[in-house]
Design a protein around this ligand. Structure first.
Ligand code: R19
Length: 628
């Protein structure tokens, strides 16, 4: 019986892998890379309109198309969420509402009235996050006095001093430097209409006990606000000049800052406040770059928070080779050439903490030379190792891999783990700043990135190296009590566990090891009755959702990759593979409206549109064990 099921599933898997392969090959860009849409939430589109409004460059057509998109994302209860199927979010709903007012929607229209009812019910603008307050302060609809102070003078704090800019994660660092410049100017440009309806008169929160760090920072914030009234003119001038230079130097070749929306738009505003005209080359290139992050499709327009071509290309190569495409296939050669051209050969902000480490590695985006990341570098090396047998320029490939591996070894944090962008970026005090009420602001090591690195080092023949063993010991120490691992950059424990188990096995940990068995047991216990796996994003805030949720292709694949690495075929594996085969669409991919990518646990989530295809492809391929 079991054997008959296995052979039936096997035939379906072979056919599924073939269709998936063909579909993915068809999605390759002629430049050699893959890039799936990076879907996030309506704040991106609302802030795009607010940026243009503030700078005086908002066109009626852009407004109409963005507003159409924002309206299409509103739910029947009048609210907006941060992810598909998620709960209403106050700040997102406020920003979307304001954007629709820019397109002329009347507050009394029923879709606006229901949004407003929710907003006011939640306490109104007073209860929104700092970023939302900042956007509204730009238009005089919120007071700059009620935004946590963040003086540009922080740029002078030396690298050893607590809360200097290099204590913050790179995404927060770039955002904060730009916002100190904006905040120092306190610009106000009225909209021409008022948004009083958003306010309820509720008290603005921030009620930590004065003994805790939060409370101390609140007193410091009070002092800083007093200083803001009469800053030292000379010091302020020098700070603004220094911050402006810091920002200017970090614009990337594509016009972005860090390849992500927040520092990008705030840097444009900051430079403009410093007197750079809109047609200044830095701004001009910045706007042109933003256009390339904008998807215009029929009657809608939406902005990608970030783009993932390097990440997607690495994962696509791994999936394709797993699913039986030959390493010397011309499509794979083109992708490899493109990846090799994307290698970063210059130092970035990471060198502040690791000055002696030579550059190497890859970033996530087309252009982000200042911020290569460890996760991308590990996955690119894993991908290059798979295609190496078919690649003609062996020396070129091996030396790029070599530089990437050395960079990663140099970027190990002192506790033995690896983070995404920096080493030892663990100053948790940063989180206590009143300004930092949204998203993660430091970049400590995580299980998923550490696992990807350990897997890569093992494949590169380094399983016995000290760095690998320290990584493994970090993973052992950071296993959850239930046997799973937390997923920092993917949702959630299914992602973490799905990354750690294949890595540990690749590094020679025996399949019978109790920690591996506990992880396997956790996965098996969380398989859905339909055979798939799913983990709702609510698991980041509410433990009852850990390991629970509707099945998705990517999460089912992550679980399967772990189970296959730790024991090969089993009844659980057969049911998981059968789920993938049954839910595959005729064209070879999967539907995946549920987000399975994590930007910031609890606050910001991503639907990577290629996850639904690349991970199931790897899972089907590894299930078939190279016999596709
Ligand atoms: C793994 C590969 N990764 C390690 C790379 C993942 C990149 C994800 C894209 C991130 O896009 C962002 C980044 C930052 C923000 C913010 C933000 C929040 C707080 C502060 Br302070 C500053 C910025 C908001 O939206 C973002 C999107 C998969």
């Amino acid at each position: 019986m079991a054997i008959r099921m296995a052979s039936r599933v096997e035939a379906a898997a072979r056919e599924g892998a073939r269709r998936g392969r063909e579909h993915l090959l068809g999605l390759q860009h002629e430049g050699g890379w893959w890039k799936g849409e990076l879907e996030t939430n309506a704040t991106m589109d609302a802030e795009d309109l607010l940026l243009r409004q503030f700078l005086g460059i908002r066109s009626p057509e852009e407004t109409r198309l963005a507003a159409n998109w924002i309206r299409s994302q509103q739910r029947t209860d009048g609210t907006w969420a941060n992810f598909y199927g998620g709960p209403a979010d106050l700040s997102t709903t406020i920003e979307a509402y304001v954007a629709l007012r820019l397109d002329g929607d009347d507050p009394s229209a029923s879709h606006m009235a229901s949004a407003l009812e929710y907003i006011r019910d939640q306490g109104g603008l007073e209860r929104a996050r700092v970023f939302t307050h900042m956007w509204l302060a730009l238009f005089g609809e919120w007071s700059w006095d009620q935004i946590p102070a963040l003086p540009p003078e922080i740029i002078f704090l030396p690298e050893w001093f607590p809360l200097n800019i290099y204590d913050f994660a790179c995404w927060a660092r770039q955002t904060i430097v730009a916002l100190t410049v904006v905040g120092a100017h306190r610009p106000v440009r009225p909209l021409g209409f008022r948004l009083d309806e958003l306010k309820t008169g509720a008290e603005v929160p921030g009620h930590e006990p004065l003994s805790a760090w939060g409370g101390r920072f609140r007193r410091l914030d009070h002092a800083l606000h007093l200083y803001e009234r009469h800053p030292s003119r000379r010091l302020r001038r020098l700070a603004l000049a220094r911050a402006t230079e810091w920002i200017s130097r970090r614009q990337e070749a594509d016009g972005s800052w860090g390849g992500i929306q927040p520092p990008w738009v705030y840097s444009l505003i900051a430079l403009n406040q410093m007197g750079y005209p809109l047609d200044h080359p830095l701004l001009k290139v910045g706007f042109e770059g933003l256009d390339r992050f904008t998807i215009v499709e029929g009657d809608v327009r939406r902005l990608e928070a970030c783009q993932s071509p390097v990440w997607d290309t690495a994962l696509a190569l791994i999936g394709l080779v797993d699913a039986g495409v030959s390493p010397d296939d011309p499509a794979l050669l083109r992708a490899t050439e493109w990846l090799l051209r994307e290698e970063i050969r210059v130092k970035g902000d990471w060198a502040v903490r690791r000055p002696e480490v030579p550059p190497g590695g890859w970033a996530f985006e087309f252009a982000n030379d200042n911020y290569p990341d460890i996760d991308d570098t590990a996955e690119v090396v894993l991908a290059l190792r798979r295609v190496a047998p078919g690649y003609p320029d062996k020396t070129g490939l091996e030396s790029a891999v070599d530089r990437g591996v050395r960079w990663i070894l140099g970027m190990q944090s002192s506790d033995g783990g690896w983070a995404a962008f920096d080493a030892d970026n663990t100053r948790s005090l940063c989180r206590e700043l009143p300004f930092c009420d949204f998203g993660e602001v430091i970049d400590p090591p995580s299980a998923d990135v550490t696992a990807h690195v350990v897997e890569m080092l093992a494949w590169e023949g380094g399983a016995e190296e000290r760095a690998t063993r320290r990584g493994l010991s970090w993973l052992a120490r950071n296993q959850e009590r239930d046997g799973s691992w937390f997923g920092r950059w993917g949702a959630n424990h299914v992602y973490g566990t799905g990354a750690v188990i294949p890595a540990a096995i690749a590094a020679g940990i025996p399949k019978e090891d109790p920690k591996i068995r506990a992880g396997v047991r956790w996965l098996e216990e969380h398989q859905n009755p339909d055979g798939g796996w799913g983990e709702d994003l609510r698991s980041y805030k509410d433990r009852v959702w850990i390991g629970r949720g509707s099945s998705t292709g990517s999460q089912t694949a992550w679980a399967l990759l772990a189970l296959l690495a730790a024991g090969g075929r089993s009844e659980s594996v057969e049911r998981g593979v059968a789920w993938l085969c049954q839910t595959q669409l005729p064209e070879g991919t999967w539907d995946e409206p549920l987000f399975t990518g994590t930007g910031f646990p609890g606050d910001f989530y991503i639907n990577y549109h290629l996850y639904r295809l690349v991970f199931p492809l790897s899972a089907l391929g590894r299930y078939l064990g190279g016999t596709t």
